[in-house]
Design a protein around this ligand. Structure first.
Ligand code: ATP
Ligand code: MN
Length: 464
């Protein structure tokens, strides 16, 4: 007999049908007349209730059906008298596949997120993390579908890079050198010419620069892959290894870029609401009661679009009116998460796209505005998250780009290939980066980024 998943059973089976299910016991309780086994196989958030008549099975076998045990059950589907579930199964045959003793860390009780991080190898077996990782899969599918339907090419950019001028964050070095016997030259610099790549190499902080090469050939591309930042920021929104989606489109200006970003996020949020309803509703009940309302709100409202300068004015007015921020607000400051969230949550009560930032706090490749002070950057700011997307129209003029590179003293010897896009048939183009885990925080309502990626990498933590 073929196994049926619990998801299929609960949605497609018929009362009276004989079924074979396999999964892990979440809870086993008993009364005199019957044993109740809550079984989960990961196919959906719902458990299947299996009712066992203790007179029909060996006592020892039934005893081995402990929380965490992997079991196989044959039985008959019947309408369930219990609220909240359509069917249950009356067991006819039980089999223990893998026993689980009482040292199993995930017993049937409430566990803190902190504790579950310590057993991240087992936490996918909880309802909460099952829901999160099914949603994570769905968000990946949504992203590929969104771009594929619009004719974007999924372009693979390298994870190992020898250019470190992007400046998005501290980089992890990649080397095969023996660190115990590091040779240095007469100036005390490490010699890299005999290293694996013949030069200093690192893990990428962004695929954007290579993405621009592709966009100026294929028209519209996106990347979707891991990126690495060795920034020592221990926050609920930063990981050392995270996934990023970076579309890049030839001929798009900043307005097109904002439209694309807004459409894209809304598409993903709609996908979560429509195709992950069970999991999202579960998290709404369990983790964050306002989750569904917040997701719907984003779908129903146009994002506010506002220049940085106006945003600073609003924040300065808030300070004047007595609002306390930890970090100072002034024209030219890099916005902290508290500032971003003030604009979104308190002032506009709506997602905000902030544009035209001071050039000093943004990357060298962003298109310079006529005012000589700002660049055509755009950050999408979200409730609970702060920055979820960072992007810009790119500087397409070779001379202006070179001028900025010189001003900033960026070492260009490894960047000749990037400049070639501006030399050979340059064109206006724009793009942005969406942090996949920031999107995941938003659609799951989880509070900590460590809980929306299976195995988080953060300072002093690379377990599992
Ligand atoms: P932040 O100011 O929040 O540190 P950033 O400005 O350094 O972010 P970008 O370089 O613009 O980030 O990267 C694009 C997107 O990648 C961000 O909008 C965010 O969604 C995500 N992101 C950046 N750094 C991290 C990180 N360390 N962990 C998870 N996501 C990140
Ligand atoms: Mn940014």
């Amino acid at each position: 007999m073929r196994r049926i998943t619990i998801k299929a059973l609960l949605s497609e089976a018929q009362a009276g049908q004989e079924v074979l299910v396999k999964g892990w016991v979440r809870l086993h309780r008993s009364s005199k007349a019957a044993h109740f086994i809550m079984l989960n196989d990961g196919s959906c958030v719902n458990n299947l209730q299996v009712v066992v008549d203790p007179n029909k099975v060996a006592v020892e076998l039934l005893k081995s059906f402990t929380t965490g045990a992997c079991v196989s059950i044959k039985g008959i589907v019947v309408d369930s008298p219990a609220a909240g579930q359509k069917y249950e199964v009356q067991a006819t045959e039980l089999e223990l596949i893998g026993a689980c003793d009482e040292t199993y860390p995930i017993q049937a009780k409430a566990h803190s997120m902190e504790f579950l991080r310590e057993v991240a190898h087992l936490r996918p077996r909880t309802n909460t993390f099952g829901a999160i990782f099914r949603i994570r899969h769905n968000m990946a599918m949504a992203i590929h579908t969104f771009f594929h339907e619009r004719g974007f090419v999924y372009f693979h950019t390298p994870l190992i890079t020898a250019s470190d001028c992007e400046g998005a964050g501290q980089m992890f070095q990649v080397t095969t050198k023996n660190l115990y016997k590091l040779e240095k030259d007469e100036n005390g610099n490490i010699k890299y010419d005999d290293d694996f790549f013949g030069k200093q190499a690192s893990l990428t902080v962004s695929g954007q620069l290579e993405g621009e090469l592709a966009a100026t050939a294929l028209g519209a591309i996106y990347t979707f892959g891991p990126t690495f930042r060795a920034e020592n920021s221990n926050t609920p929104r930063h990981l050392a290894e995270f996934w990023m989606i970076e579309p890049e489109v030839a001929f798009n200006d900043i307005k097109d870029n904002m439209d694309l970003a807004e459409d894209f996020i809304k598409y993903c949020v709609r996908w979560a609401l429509e195709k992950c309803a069970d999991d999202v509703n579960f998290l709404c009940q369990k983790v964050d009661n306002e989750l569904v309302d917040r997701l719907k709100f984003v779908l129903e409202h146009d994002f506010i679009r506002l220049p940085y300068t106006e945003g600073i004015k609003i924040l300065e007015e808030a300070v004047a009116a007595g609002h306390k921020f930890e970090f100072p607000v002034f024209w030219g400051c890099d916005l902290a998460s508290e500032h971003e969230r003030y604009l979104v949550e308190q002032h506009f009560k709506c997602p905000v796209i902030l544009t035209d930032y001071p050039k000093e706090i943004k990357a060298f490749y962003m298109k310079q505005n006529e005012d000589g002070k700002t660049v055509r950057a755009m950050d999408v700011l979200f409730p609970k998250i702060g920055e979820i997307i960072g992007g810009s129209e790119r500087e397409e003029s070779y001379d202006k780009l070179m001028q900025r590179i010189t001003e900033l003293n960026i070492p260009m010897k490894d960047m000749w290939w990037y400049l070639d896009t501006r030399k050979f048939g340059t064109c206006p183009h724009s793009g942005f980066g969406l942090g996949f885990e920031r999107l995941m925080l938003f659609v799951t309502g989880m509070a900590n980024i460590r809980d929306v990626i299976p195995f988080p990498r953060t300072p002093r933590n690379a377990e599992f």
